[in-house]
Design a protein around this ligand. Structure first.
Ligand SMILES: [Zn+2]
Length: 398
């Protein structure tokens, strides 16, 4: 469902005060004293107007939001977290439909109008996560757009039966093919990457692969990803998530890989964690690589953090990358808006006539203030319909 709306007295990207007119879910005009023609009016009161925020990487199926606190005593290795989650998932009352709904609504209240969720597919949970998040995607179709990545969290080649489940998930309507550490988890980089890229090619889908592998191991996997992206003509349709290997302090190894990513049209997703080496976002963007950001897991068995606020994520990007100047904080905002839209292939994104009517209003003087201070009580418009007002979900939105 789309809406008509006149948003009065707002400042797009902190420019001069103006009005934004939305007809049938699309921005048709931006200008002064636009006529409402009897359509609903939203008074912006001079707030900053931004396009809807893009949550480019999370895991809606397994958040523990709203459940009793989970005491985390999980081991330090990635495989410890994977095995712990599989073991406790049944004991914890994680209903993927209910949990994804909770997290999606929290994200909307903070201004996200698009969410990409990786969703576990393995031989124990089968497609229950996919079905649950799809139920939320359908229930919230007028509130937030959700894109599902079929994600082999427990490995692909090492866990026979997973490939068939991934294909079923794509047939059900998952939009994107996921992957995970081809060397460190699957122990078969060629087998893993040939499988997921082959699947993406057959189904005509994008690829979004978790790559936690450090140092030269990660760079090796990345080389294989670049080769396959080029061979299949998938420029603009591949994201490497995390890419910690690009944070290694050796420019002689990292810089040529960044050039390869740029020329192959591969985007990078970062959560900008304080605890790991991370790709340097300014270097990536300067080199022509599209960068997006995500919350990753929010309050789950992997970790207790997260609040689904993409302006806060932009601040983390700023802190991790030493962004201080106003023009640098604008880069952090770009990463959670236009960078996310480009990486995910969203059409008609932005604040201009012809773009979709996804707008978030923030009580900030400038873009830099919006990122650094993350004012709350935001008002959120999805395709011309007000879905959250002053930080509260509008009752009729769901
Ligand atoms: Zn993830």
């Amino acid at each position: 469902m789309t809406g008509n709306l006149l948003i009065q007295n707002v400042r797009p990207y902190a420019a001069g005060q103006t009005d934004i007119l939305i007809h049938d879910g699309c921005i048709t005009a931006i200008g002064h004293a636009l006529s409402a023609d009897g359509i609903p009016v939203l008074e912006g009161a001079g707030q900053l107007a931004l396009p809807g925020l893009v949550e480019a990487h999370t895991h809606l199926d397994k958040s523990l939001l709203g459940l009793p606190w989970y005491r985390n005593e999980v081991g330090p290795r990635l495989i410890d977290k994977i095995e712990n989650e599989r073991a406790v998932r049944k004991a914890l009352p994680i209903d993927p439909a209910r949990q994804s709904h909770r997290q999606a609504m929290l994200a909307v209240s903070h201004g996200s109008t698009f969410i990409r969720s990786h969703v576990d597919v393995d031989t124990e949970c089968g497609l229950t996560g996919i079905e649950g998040v799809m139920a939320t995607r359908d229930a919230l179709a007028d509130v937030v757009a959700i894109d599902l990545v079929a994600f082999p969290q427990s490995g692909l080649v090492v866990r026979p039966g997973t490939v068939g489940l991934m294909e079923q998930a794509l047939r059900l309507g998952a939009e994107t093919v996921g992957g995970l550490d081809p060397c460190a988890i699957d122990r078969d980089p060629k087998g893993h990457l040939d499988t997921i890229f082959g699947m993406a090619d057959r189904f005509g889908r994008h690829v979004d692969i978790h790559l936690h592998e450090p140092g030269e191991m990660g760079l090796f996997s990345m080389e294989l990803i670049v080769e396959r992206t080029r061979a299949l003509g998938m420029a603009g349709r591949v994201i490497v998530s995390h890419a910690f290997c690009l944070g290694m302090p050796d420019p002689s190894l990292v810089d040529p890989m960044i050039e390869s990513l740029a020329s192959a049209g591969i985007a990078i997703m970062t959560t900008a964690p304080a605890s790991r080496p991370v790709p340097a976002v300014k270097h990536l963007i300067r080199s022509g690589v599209t960068v997006c950001a995500g919350s990753d897991g929010i309050r789950d068995t992997w970790g207790p953090y997260g609040n689904a606020d993409m302006l806060e994520r932009a601040m983390f990007v700023g802190l991790r990358n030493n962004l201080r100047r106003d023009d640098e904080l604008a880069i952090a905002l770009d990463i959670v808006t236009t960078g996310g839209a480009k990486a995910l292939g969203l059409q008609k994104y932005g604040l201009a006539p012809g773009c979709g009517g996804d707008v978030v209003l923030v009580a900030a003087e400038t873009v830099a203030e919006a990122v650094a201070q993350r004012p709350g009580l935001r008002t959120v418009v999805k395709r011309g319909r007000v879905v959250a007002k002053n930080g509260q979900i509008v009752g009729t939105a769901v």
